[in-house]
Design a protein around this ligand. Structure first.
Ligand code: URA
Length: 212
């Protein structure tokens, strides 16, 4: 698949190494959680590369100087429940002052469509950069629904960060939201009949929380 220009695959060796460890079915819940956190920090690093800076005056122990700091309002991180919490943890390590929103969506097992059961995001998203987090861009339906819901609040900008994507999810997502860049550690082969990414990592929520 030729990737659309706004799909960014973070192919840094550390990310790829950690992702391979996550794929192993023998990786423990604790290791899986830690690896997801570490990769999420590196994904956050890439996803925030274009954040705006402006110079401020600072007094060092030796001199007064003008140096760059982030400008504008705080970033908003929105986790798609529940597996998005795993990405949120890592991103908050890097952007500790970010505001946080949560979107609760479950996949209807028959239609694979996203059904919303919870929505709480910071008020007044205008002028804020919003980064939506979910480990798996599989069918894309949850990400599409979450982003559509957030767009109703007219955020300053929107990005989507995931651990793994697949061609079907990217196609579906970019058809609905061509204006929203995707940051991912890998574009895997495709989906199986149950909507799981192959070769993938299995069920991200179950592996993150040890529920299976
Ligand atoms: N959700 C998961 O947790 N894993 C997949 O492979 C696809 C969707």
């Amino acid at each position: 698949m030729t990737l659309p220009a706004n799909v960014h695959v973070v192919d840094h060796p550390l990310v790829q190494h950690k992702l391979t460890l996550m794929r192993k079915s023998t990786t423990s819940t604790a290791s899986f959680r830690l690896l997801l956190k570490e990769i999420s920090m590196l994904l956050a690093y890439e996803a925030t590369r274009d954040m705006k800076l402006s110079d401020v005056e600072v007094q060092t122990p030796l001199a007064v100087t003008n140096k760059p700091m982030l400008e504008g309002k705080k970033v908003v991180l929105v986790a798609i429940l529940r597996a998005g919490l795993g990405i949120l943890d890592g991103m908050l390590e890097l952007i500790p002052s970010a505001r946080v929103g949560h979107v609760g969506l479950y996949r209807d097992p028959k239609t694979l469509m996203a059904v919303e059961y919870y929505y709480k995001v910071p008020q007044r998203l205008a002028d804020r950069e919003v980064i939506v987090c979910d480990p798996m861009l599989a069918t894309g339906n949850s990400a599409i629904a979450a982003v559509a819901r957030i767009k109703r609040s007219k955020p300053g900008s929107l990005k989507f960060v995931c651990l793994l994507a697949c061609p079907e999810g990217i196609k579906n997502f970019t058809e609905h939201h061509p204006d929203v860049p995707i940051y991912t550690a890998s574009v895997d082969d495709g989906l199986n009949d149950h909507g799981y990414i192959l070769p993938g990592i299995g069920d991200a929520g179950d592996r993150l929380f040890g529920t299976k």
